[in-house]
Design a protein around this ligand. Structure first.
Ligand SMILES: C[S@@+](CC[C@H](N)C(=O)[O-])C[C@H]1O[C@@H](n2cnc3c(N)ncnc32)[C@H](O)[C@@H]1O
Ligand SMILES: O=[N+]([O-])c1ccc2c(c1)CN[C@@H](CO)C2
Length: 266
């Protein structure tokens, strides 16, 4: 059983570059087949946004880390994207990409893949520019606080996205469910929540950091969504193939959940 103190100490040693190398370069960032994990994640998001049902002024991404892949389909449907993370080093890494600084992580293979699967023939540089234009706020966040941003989001977000955050920062399932309840407060009634996360994972590495993760089953995700008052629309899962079990974590699978906060007065 990990503790919040162990988690906070672990995150003080979190190395964004190592994290990016472990998860967003080959072999995990292999775009050659939809069988691989990154195309699967991007497909879940592209398919969900393709209907056009999920749109509005603001989408907030909870626990963005140093990554932007999770925002590539979302950015076509919201005027503003708000990225958030607990660590300044991750917020700074995101800022480097937004500004196009030399040395920022190269997300172009991800942008090219998303443009391909969205099938509109959009030049990838157009999508890159659109996300950079719309990613206007990069805020500190702590999902263990009832008010994760320190103050309510005004107006509340029209949609919430979170990838591999809640289970990677919670010592146990109860804390995971509480964190989901906390972040759900950032979402307006009727707003959509999209979650990607790890199944059956107990740790992951990010350079000198070894972070504990609460191992989740799909039933735990369902229960936490229900506990947060979010009505499940879709739940998909992916089994990590042996070739992608590289030792940087002990993840067994990935889930994708689409849920919706009931409209006002329900
Ligand atoms: C596994 S990373 C996920 C990064 C990214 N969203 C992705 O899809 O790869 C987990 C992130 O949660 C952040 N984090 C750690 N403690 C947190 C907290 N208490 N509240 C919110 N985020 C936290 C970390 O800084 C890290 O960026
Ligand atoms: O396979 N992936 O694409 C992938 C991406 C990110 C992460 C994982 C797997 C597993 N570990 C989590 C941290 O708990 C982070």
């Amino acid at each position: 059983m990990s503790s919040l103190a162990e988690l906070r100490e672990g995150y003080e040693r979190f190395d964004p570059c190592a994290y990016l190398r472990n998860n967003y370069l080959p072999p995990r960032a292999d775009f050659s087949s939809e069988e691989f994990v990154v195309p699967w994640k991007l497909r879940c998001l592209a398919d969900t946004f393709a209907s056009g049902e999920i749109r509005g002024q603001t989408l907030i991404d909870v626990g963005s880390g140093p990554t932007i892949y999770q925002l590539l389909s979302a950015c076509d449907h919201f005027e503003e994207i708000v990225a958030t993370d607990y660590l300044a080093v991750n917020r700074e890494e995101l800022g480097r990409w937004v500004r196009g600084d030399p040395g920022a992580f190269d997300w172009s293979p991800f942008i090219q893949h998303v443009c391909k699967i969205e099938g509109r023939g959009e030049p990838w540089q157009d999508k890159e520019r659109r996300l950079r234009d719309r990613l206007r706020r990069i805020l500190p966040i702590d999902v263990h606080r009832p008010d994760p941003l320190g103050a309510p989001l005004d107006p509340p977000a029209d949609a919430l996205l979170s990838a591999f955050c809640l289970e990677a920062v919670s010592p146990d399932r109860a804390a995971f469910a509480r964190a989901l309840l906390h972040v759900g407060s950032l979402l307006r009634p009727g707003g959509h929540a999209l979650l990607l996360g790890a199944l059956g994972e107990s740790f992951y590495l990010a350079g000198p950091a070894r972070l504990p993760v609460v191992p989740l089953a799909l039933a735990d995700v369902r229960a936490a969504l229900a506990g947060a008052g979010l009505a499940l629309r879709e739940l998909r899962s992916y089994e990590m193939p042996p070739a992608l079990r590289t030792g940087v974590d002990d993840v067994h699978g990935v889930f994708f959940a689409h849920a919706q906060k009931p409209p006002q007065g329900h």
